[in-house]
Design a protein around this ligand. Sequence first.
Ligand code: ADP
Length: 768
Amino acid sequence: MVAPIFVGREKSIRALEQAFADKSPIILSIQKEPAVENPSVDDIVRVGTMATVVQLYRLPDGSIKALVEGQQRVRIDSFASTSPHFQVLFSPLAGKAGKLSERVDALARVVVREFIRYVEGNPGMSEEMAHVVGAVTDASELADAVAAHLQLPFKKKQDLLETDDAEKRLLVLLQILVEENAVLELEHNLNQKVQDKIENTQRQIFLHEKLKAIREELENAPEAEDENIREYLRLLDKKQLGTAAAEAVRKEINKLKSASPMSAEVSVIRNYLDNIFALPWGELAGDSNYELAAVARHLEKTHHGLRSVKERVLEFLAVGKLLGKDQPNTTLCFVGPPGVGKSSVAQAIATALGRPFVRISLGGVRDEAEIRGHRRTYVGAMPGRIIDAISKAKVDNAVVLLDEVDKMDSDFRGNPAAALMEVLDPLQNKEFRDNYLELDYDLSRILFLATANDDDGIPPTLYDRLEVIRLAGYTFEEKEQIARRHLIPKIAVESGLKKSGVVFLPAALKAIIRFYTRESGVRELERRLRKIYRKVARRHLEDNLHLPVRVSAKALEDYLGPAPFSKERLERGPLHGASLGLAYTAEGGEVLTIETSVCAGKGELVLTGQLGDVMQESASTAWGYLLSKVENDAGFRNFFNKHAPAFDEEGKWAMINKDLRLHVPEGAIPKDGPSAGIALAASMLSAISGRATRPAVAATGEITLRGKILRVGGLREKCLAAVRTGVRTVVLPVANEPDVKELPANVRKALKFVYVDDFGQALKTLFA
Ligand code: ADP
């Protein structure tokens, strides 16, 4: 090819001029180190190009521009002279490559392709060159042409020049091209990245705008791409959400459409929608036209006794029926000790009405959000218990039991009772708002029932909404009946043994009730019976125990271990410094033995045995009464023994130097209430007077400072305990006479009742 060269050194200019004048060829060769100003022979590279000088131009600065045409690669053999310019002897390198082999041809084509890429990727090169090179057919020429156009370090170019084999040269070129192209690509990518960075901010603005537009578009577009979304829309169509709710839910579904599938938002929305669609939205169960008589029959079948409870339930339902409401304006609340059938009556009502039964346990609930749910902005937020119960029930008219409303607490997190009020208020519960749902839900079809162990614990505002039905404890005979007719058949089925698998001899059942349980209800009894059935089932399988098994009273130890309560017996002889009281605790009724002794001291009243505040007050009242009686009633002294501990040798009041210690055994059970007043007074009087009380006589009644005896509660429980323990006579306030009429006949028969309204009237019965 013809190429321009610029020459400045005197020596080189002279060589050019000489060659031009002589029309002789010139050898173009580079120096090894470009920095050397005056190269010697050894500084010249020995392989170069033979060229002819086509033209010479002298430039104004004295240098020369020459157009030279390359002819052939040559090797300098020796230098003939070095002045005024270099003169060399040379020989040509082995000439051109012969004809193209197939391999070289293929190689040439790859080189051309890579070269085209190189030209394209290199903004400094014109595309024309690709055409020029593409037109070359000779492999050697091709190699030279490509090499000429590459921007390479001179050392690489020299290598190419020195390689005379065309195939080798092509290979070297190919390697260079591939490397160069890779570098070009990298450069390109880097440029792109820098560019991207600059554009990013703008792009984000743009994308946000676009997203907004898409969202708007989607909100009006009914079709959903996603299977899930289609399902949600199908549910939305199917369920009877109100207009407002449906609108809100549709918005959520649209939000889901536009949210990125990987985002946390999606799971929050889906969780919400799943909660929404788990609700029944208008689905109802049972027949609203049910027959009261059928409910009555069912209650009769499933529950023994409880006559007044059943009546009250039926009256309640009758009112509801007349009003055409599922829930009349009050809520039934079953109050009574554990195991008396509060929940199971509620469950039976649900079954009789053909509606699902769900129970919400409120014991220990202190956070309003438990009732009403947490806002969705909280991590892990959930609907409250009410909504949760409805999801479980799957219908809007379930029977929902609010269990243990007396065990709720309130603190800084809000008042759960207030939230419950709203739930139960017929004016508000049509539009109950759960914090999580943020939608109104209709609770007015639900039949709410409640339970409590003790009505003192029910928050007063809530109490006003409740219609309390008391379930007292069962008598011994009732427990026997319940066990035979209800518990045993139920447990037999559950245990997999047939009803006839275990036969309880009457004495055995009695012994279980008397010596293995001490409770108002039948929960412990049920547990004991279960245990026997489990043991029998296991022995039947493992040891081939033959069925039916007859369980006798003697065999009980084998099944249940030693009886915990066998010693519950009353002392037979007169009691000194003691009396029997009747208490009503959370576990039911109980007979208390109240012991008092007089000992040296400073005139103090010392109380032990886990007595509650009210009971302690009651003890001081009783003591106050006795003191004033001694002081003001001369005749009262006649009641005292001759050597009564309260008087000294000379018959003077000696209690100033003595303590009165009062103890109620079985300290593990907390005892409280004013109703032991009369018994406390009796025990104290026995201690200070030296007179014994009668055995098997128990007393109940609140005492005042003037000795009046006031009405008490829990009489049924107390009398049941009295009978159970062997008490024969009960001293009680006149005011409680009506309660005695309500007692089961066998209890009334077993006890003698002595009514008093003043402590003085009780002395005759209480003291021997
Ligand atoms: P509560 O809710 O009052 O603590 P439950 O309803 O759990 O008591 O009753 C405990 C067990 O005693 C249940 O298995 C229940 O069916 C049974 N039960 C209680 N009272 C009766 C009754 N009068 N007739 C039949 N079974 C009863």
